[in-house]
Design a protein around this ligand. Structure first.
Ligand code: URA
Length: 331
């Protein structure tokens, strides 16, 4: 059995130790993991070596490195943000932000150091006072984000957050896959499935996002060609885009569909700005195979099994069994 030590072998005798001491010291286990689990369950792991928070140096926030790890614990320890992401708290990046904001405690102590390692199953991790439990049921929410909402989970300016629109209705802690600007509307996927979120956002997967942009003025054929070939921005040239001119209201405005796989900050607005056209309305209507459809602004629904499966394929992942937590689509 995985959680029992094997019979003490000759090594125990040679060392002149009792079977119990031999087991407690780690002898006879198939792996460090097995040993650690055994010791944990029997309270044989000390809580020694906890560091006190360093006194504030006057430079930067007070840092708590967390408890010092024994050699066996170090073998199984993982970075705090990785454990948080796996538990469905937020993406790794968002988890880092939560740590740095002082919202995470390990064994009751605030940890702000991103290098902190924790031992899953031993250390008690809390975010805003809520303990991380088992990984939550995976849920997938499609929201039509209205203008005037931020996609971050925490806004220093206190502006409305997209997660406010789900409050009281979605029990799981979901977070947005990618971001939309405060003034951008449209398709936003929220989930607690970190693997899917990472796969969809990974640049190598080149998952395409489709935007409808209404711009001031009418870009001529040379500018449309430039959008198709790539625009020089201050963070480098953009990859070629699929572009369709949907409507021209000369000389005031044009409505253009743009399909891109990159996800740089304010990319669509900056692409048009580089051509001398201000974006006056921007809406995302598709993320890979997922379509916004006629979902009204501010409304959300759960994805269907088929939509989740299609997204998994787009993210280059295999869906291990039936997606759980799906509920009937809400109108
Ligand atoms: N590009 C933008 O400029 N803004 C968004 O919100 C998304 C893509």
């Amino acid at each position: 059995m995985a959680d029992r030590p094997r019979k003490p072998g000759p090594g125990a005798k040679r060392a002149g130790r009792s079977a119990r001491a031999f087991a407690a010291s780690g002898g006879g286990f198939a792996s460090v993991d097995e040993q650690l689990r055994y010791r944990l369950e029997r309270g044989l792991l000390g809580r020694r070596g906890r560091r006190r928070a360093k006194p504030a140096s006057g430079r930067g926030p007070k840092v708590d490195q967390g408890p010092r790890l024994t050699a066996a614990e170090a073998e199984v320890a993982e970075r705090l943000q990785k454990v948080m992401a796996r538990a469905g708290v937020a993406s790794r990046r968002h988890s880092e932000a939560l740590i740095q904001a002082g919202r995470v405690t390990v064994n009751g102590r605030v940890v702000t150091e991103l290098g902190t390692k924790v031992v899953p199953g031993r250390d008690i991790i809390e975010v805003d006072g809520r303990p991380l439990g088992r990984p939550e049921t995976k849920v997938y929410v499609l929201l039509n984000k209205p203008k005037g909402y931020v996609t971050t989970l925490f806004d220093p300016q206190g502006r409305p957050k997209v997660t406010d629109l789900l409050e009281g209705e979605v029990a799981e802690r979901v977070y947005p896959v990618g971001r939309l600007d405060f003034d951008t509307e449209g398709l936003l996927l929220l989930t607690n499935d970190g693997d899917l979120a990472n796969g969809l956002m990974h640049p190598a997967r080149r998952v395409k996002k489709t935007y409808i942009a209404k711009v001031r003025g009418v870009p001529g054929p040379a500018k449309i060609r430039a959008l198709r070939e790539g625009i020089e921005l201050d963070d480098g040239p953009t990859a070629p885009a699929d572009v369709k001119v949907l409507e021209v209201r000369a000389p005031n405005s044009a409505t253009i569909s743009l399909r891109i796989h990159e996800g740089r900050n304010r990319q669509v607005r900056r692409m048009f700005a580089a051509l001398g056209h201000e974006v006056i309305h921007l809406k995302r209507i598709a993320l890979g195979p997922l379509k916004l459809g006629d979902l009204p602004a501010g409304e959300w629904r759960y994805l269907t099994d088929q939509e989740v499966a299609d997204l998994y394929r787009a993210a280059g992942l295999r869906l291990g069994g039936k997606p759980r937590g799906r509920r009937p689509a809400r109108r």
